[in-house]
Design a protein around this ligand. Structure first.
Ligand code: PGA
Length: 253
């Protein structure tokens, strides 16, 4: 398979900068001894980025951010621009995480503007999509997730779309311990790839990494990653501890 295999840790609002630095150091030490083409990504809180940039420099481990603002600069108290992130060595920015959508009121249009901002800065969005439980129970998850793509990323040109990583994260599986079955993940990923093929082309569809997120653990990662259309994981809780995160990443190796 030609497309990138990615294990991305989303630390959310966990760990102090000092704790994060020592965790990153531990991850680096182990990962450097691992022979792998897998992209290992760490997305810590903003306050940790400078320290982690220093710790991870030269290791091949990639720095990510969990959010950004859509505007390049301005009177937006408390916000962080993509230029600031780029300057700190960030390559990936998670955009449209379900917690941003649900708890901070981000809709498809705002997420679209953030995707554009990330790409304008020469960075890569990890674009999150996924349905809530009620939508899954009504068996409307495909239409729901497709709409998220149509309204936030399908306006991109081929060239820009090639920079996008998609993370399918069913909301009912995030932080709940309830994982989508490998078949449920595969079905959605294959559906998304079909839609990308229809909108763009065969080669764009084949090259787009689609990650699964939602209670990925060392014990279920292998079965999920074995699915043809699952190209890695976006990992929350299990990325907060070096052994677990690395065990998951190594299932991709
Ligand atoms: P989880 O989080 O692994 O803790 O379920 C995944 C995510 O929200 O990205």
């Amino acid at each position: 398979m030609g497309r990138a295999q990615i294990a991305a840790g989303n630390w959310k609002m966990h760990k102090t900068p000092a704790e994060g630095t020592s965790l990153a150091r531990e991850i680096r030490e182990d990962w450097e001894a691992t022979d792998s083409n897998v992209e290992l990504v760490i997305a810590p809180p903003f306050t940790h980025l400078q320290a982690l940039h220093d710790v991870l420099e030269g290791s091949g481990i990639i720095l990510g951010a969990q959010n950004c603002h859509a505007e390049p600069e301005g009177a937006f108290t408390g916000e962080i621009s993509v230029g600031m992130l780029s300057d700190l060595g960030v390559r990936y920015v998670i955009v449209g995480h379900s917690e941003r959508r649900q708890l901070f009121g981000e809709g498809n249009d705002m997420i679209k503007r953030k995707v554009d901002a990330v790409l304008r800065a020469g960075l890569q969005p990890i674009f999150c999509c996924g349905e809530p439980l009620a939508v899954r129970e009504a068996r409307e998850q495909e239409e729901y997730v497709l709409r998220q793509l149509e309204e936030s990323i399908f306006h991109l040109t081929d060239l820009l779309f090639a920079q996008v990583v998609i993370a399918y994260e069913p909301i009912w599986a995030i932080g709940t311990g309830k994982t989508a079955s490998p078949q449920q993940a595969q079905d959605m990923h294959a559906f998304l790839r079909t839609k990308i093929r229809a909108r763009y082309s065969d080669s764009v569809a084949e090259e787009t990494p689609i990650l699964y997120g939602g209670s990925v653990k060392p014990g279920n990662a292998a079965d999920l990653f074995d699915q043809y259309d699952v190209d890695g994981g976006l990992i929350g809780g299990a990325s907060l501890e070096a052994d677990g995160f690395l065990a998951i990443a190594k299932e991709l190796v």
